[in-house]
Design a binder for this molecule. Sequence first.
Ligand SMILES: Cc1ncc(C[n+]2csc(CCOP(=O)(O)OP(=O)(O)O)c2C)c(N)n1
Ligand code: SF4
Ligand SMILES: [Mg+2]
Length: 285
Amino acid sequence: MAKPEEFNTPYSPTWCPGCGNFSIWNSLKKALSELELAPKDIAMVYGIGCSGNMNNFVNTYAFHAIHGRTLPVATGIKLANHKLQVIAVSGDGDGYGIGIAHLIHAVRRNLNLTYIVHNNMVYGLTTGQTSPTSGKGFVTKSTPGGAIEEAINPLALTLSAGATFIARGFAGDMPGLTELLKEAIRHQGFSLVDVLQPCVTFNRVNTYQWYKKRVYKLEEEGYKPDERERAFARSQEWGERIPIGIFYRESRKTYEDELPALAQSSLVEQDIGDIDITQAMEEFA
Ligand SMILES: Cc1ncc(C[n+]2csc(CCOP(=O)(O)OP(=O)(O)O)c2C)c(N)n1
Ligand code: SF4
Ligand SMILES: [Mg+2]
């Protein structure tokens, strides 16, 4: 079994001291280790953002995609070699802003991918503009009078798109987050883990203290994540009480299971030595 340290690279994280990304990074390495995965079994895809900078700090196969395009790249990798454990990482701007259309389609396809969103409710890397999950009234340099729009609800949105695994973690609860990541990675199908991640530099509203007063664990209330309507109702809860844990889980065939081209072996294992593409090359030359 690979130890969590074996997922380190020679580079130390450059995040601000106290950033919630440290906890996500450590929880992920611990989860991979406890799942007995080795660096060679995993392909990670990162977007652009402080979140995406984790690309440099986790020792697996990795691809640093352009802003908002983690899921198309992860989909391509999964279809080429569905034996790899594919995990995509985005920020809230990356995943719920510019990349939102990809999320809806990835969810309804139900590819066996895990999607971790570092949700700090702000654009961190570009030094603090409002994001799609910023609360109404959130004051930033791009919204000096406060954000006008309502925040997006990623859990409700993906539930309505047909998600088969939805969870919310909190970077201030590393043991809980590690367990959620393990469950998400184990899930056969698309799994979303939205992580409440304090950005200690640019979000002075949704701080560790703010969350600690509010978060509660669904499992401690006897909640069962097996009914979409119930999950939808909990996904609306935000304010004085904020639920974390697994909201919804369902077993359904994955996209790979239903794709005839993958029935015998992965695409990378298929012999294409005797395929002649001369005619196609001539036609499109
Ligand atoms: C196509 C494109 N548009 C805009 C940018 C500039 N940009 C880089 S990161 C970013 C947002 C980062 O916010 P988020 O995704 O929430 O990640 P965080 O830094 O908060 O982890 C933006 C707008 C870009 N790199 N590419
Ligand atoms: S700007 Fe925010 S999200 Fe980015 S490293 Fe600093 S604390 Fe973390
Ligand atoms: Mg962000």
